[in-house]
Design a protein around this ligand. Sequence first.
Ligand code: THU
Length: 135
Amino acid sequence: MSDKVKELISKCLQARDMAYCPYSRFPVAAAVLTADGAIITGCNVENASYGLTVCAERTAIQRAVVEGYRKFTAIAVTCDIKDRFVGPCGACRQVLMEFGSDWIVYLTKPDGSYKETSLLELLPLAFSPAHLAKN
Ligand code: THU
């Protein structure tokens, strides 16, 4: 594992402690790696009006965009489930696709072990910004 991936995983695991999930009690965290090596984290932020909950992956992306980043190479995602690798929800896959299809995705268990996959694998035949380009 490269030092950068180690750092990405470690920051992702730390961010899980920040999850605001009083309703589900299901903490989730994400950490995105930008093309120039910065790491931005996110956690789920729930709401008493349940549907307004924002997933960890999306809080990470939104923070990153506000910080001026739009090029990403990888994302790590983690939750409390110890016995299997858990992927991002469908909505978050689409939000990641907005910023390119060639993301590496590290599905990470609480002990830091991970399964490496890709956004293309998680969201095949996706709708993407390219489809909006005029013919
Ligand atoms: N959640 C995420 O943060 N990311 C996902 O990809 C799936 C679900 C959150 C939303 C909610 O706060 C909790 O997990 C239970 O659904």
